[in-house]
Design a protein around this ligand. Structure first.
Ligand code: ADP
Ligand code: MG
Ligand code: ZN
Length: 468
């Protein structure tokens, strides 16, 4: 079979979580459900109004660029992208063309072309009958657009790139970046070719509202294109925008693609040109960035040596990682690993099952992990205690004493019980002495039963051998 070379480039939009809109003082509130309340003459494009650029939005884009190792432009400006649509009241969108705020940089090893700032459009509601309604609350909300180089070669890598960008935007605190809510929109450009290094005709896919759909849509497009190649009909692949049908899990043709010159971009005369390196202290902004996901991953691996899956939990959940770090502060790696195991599997499991369960009070969790680390309780006992302390502030020690969960490590206390088990199970003892080693486990089981699970099984096995 022939080899095909998939090429994918991503265009990703993210709404910035500034207080106000990009060019006016209207509230930027993605959760506002009443239509057309966060609007004013500026974002409604009434004649004679003038836009004023939102400094926080520009700052956010610079932060993203700094986090990606990109170049922050000195000179930058806003352009008008002209087109007509009811959701774009001015008849043009304020965007950036020649001089984006950010260029270059990488994420997950894939090159980034640029990141620019623009304004979001209103939201058309086509689902109300024979007419369309437009909600302009979203019109003028700051939107960053990141464009990658055409250097991604698989659907999985493309989806992973988008996930990592979401994590970065959240870590920087510049966007909530929920795909489901349209706060982040991933538009893959896809082509295949039968010659390495030669690009085929690309299509762009829109309406993807989950990472799963991003991956599925790219896979679907790649196999659609490959089938056309194999049938010798590759000239039927045309440059176009395609939609994603979630129900059918297929893409469909929406419209043929416009070219940049169709938009007649030109610098917006109502907005000032900007010198970013004079307007902002870029070095100070770089130093003030929070710990980025990759730095956190390495720190957790080096300092605590915990499992990669657990590390991802902390990297994506700041509340959980702050809790974990407060628990393991001043403790060794063994303690940290034990704490992480109980936290990631047991505590989170309990919280998932029961909405009233919460992260246990830090002191209680530390006490519990210390007891488990010292062999004072069995892992069974630790789980039972956890189930209590995710709901109530009770001392793990007190619970262990009350419920008989303290592990019996004292040999003198265990000896008479073990002697009794040996006397009561003479036949098994004979079998063991004749060389049937597995019987030992059964005898340990008897000791556990006799002590209601509180005997330390390692010590029980050792004493059994000695006393037999
Ligand atoms: P357009 O002007 O059509 O929007 P751009 O040059 O702006 O095209 O690129 C848009 C996106 O498409 C970028 O992410 C780019 O990496 C990607 N891209 C460009 N050419 C191809 C191709 N042949 N196959 C897949 N992706 C491509
Ligand atoms: Mg483009
Ligand atoms: Zn407004």
């Amino acid at each position: 079979m022939k080899t095909y070379y998939p090429i994918i480039g991503l265009e990703i939009h993210a709404e910035l979580n500034t207080k106000s809109k990009m060019f006016c003082a209207c509230k930027n509130d993605p959760d506002e459900t009443t239509p057309n309340v966060n609007i004013c003459p500026i974002c409604m494009a009434h004649p004679g109004t003038l836009p004023v650029a939102n400094k926080q939005a520009i700052e956010s884009v610079i932060k993203v660029g700094l986090a990606l190792g990109s170049t922050i432009a000195d000179f930058t400006e806003f352009d008008r992208k002209n087109y007509f649509y009811p959701d774009i009241p001015k008849g043009y969108q304020i965007s950036q063309y020649k001089y984006p705020i950010v260029s270059g940089g990488t994420l997950n090893g894939f090159g980034i072309t640029r990141i620019h700032l623009e304004e979001d459009t209103g939201l058309s509601k086509h689902d109300r009958g024979n007419f369309t309604l437009v909600d302009y609350n979203r019109a003028g909300v700051p939107l960053m657009e990141l464009v990658t180089e055409p250097v991604i070669h698989s659907a999985k890598d493309a989806a992973d790139f988008a996930k990592e960008l979401q994590l970065l935007l959240r870590t920087l605190g510049v966007s909530e970046a929920n795909l489901e809510k349209g706060e982040m929109r991933v538009e893959p450009n896809i082509s295949i070719s039968d010659k390495e290094g030669v690009f085929g005709t690309k299509v762009e896919v829109k309406n993807l509202n989950s990472f799963k759909s991003v991956e599925k849509a790219i896979e679907y497009e790649l196999s659609r294109m490959q089938a056309l190649y194999e049938a010798g009909r590759q000239d039927e692949i045309v440059q176009e925008t395609r939609g994603w049908d979630e129900a059918k899990q297929t893409t469909f043709s929406q419209r043929s693609k416009e070219n940049a010159h169709d938009y007649r971009y030109f610098p917006d005369p109502d907005l000032p040109k900007m010198q970013l390196h004079s307007a902002f202290d870029i070095d100070a902004m770089k130093n003030a960035l929070p710990e980025l996901p990759n730095a956190k991953r390495s720190r957790y691996a080096n300092d605590f040596g915990i499992k990669a899956n657990d590390i991802e939990l902390y990297v994506t959940d700041p509340t959980l990682s702050a809790y974990f770090e407060s628990v393991v502060e001043g403790k060794d790696a063994t303690f940290a690993q034990l704490a992480s195991n109980y936290l990631s599997s047991d505590v989170l499991g309990l919280m998932k099952k029961d909405t009233e369960a919460q992260l246990p009070k830090k002191e209680l969790f530390i006490e519990l992990i210390s007891m488990a680390a010292n062999g004072e309780i069995t892992s069974r006992g630790a789980k039972d205690i956890l189930a209590v302390i995710v709901k109530e502030n009770q001392s793990p020690k007190a619970i262990a004493e009350k419920e008989g969960l303290l592990q019996q490590n004292n040999e003198d206390d265990l000896k008479p019980i073990i002697q009794q088990v040996i006397t009561d199970n003479a036949a098994m003892v004979t079998q063991y002495k004749e060389g049937k080693e597995v019987v030992l486990q059964a005898l340990v089981g008897m000791v556990m039963k006799a002590t209601k699970g509180s005997a330390n099984p390692v010590i029980a096995a050792k004493l059994l051998k000695e006393l037999m």
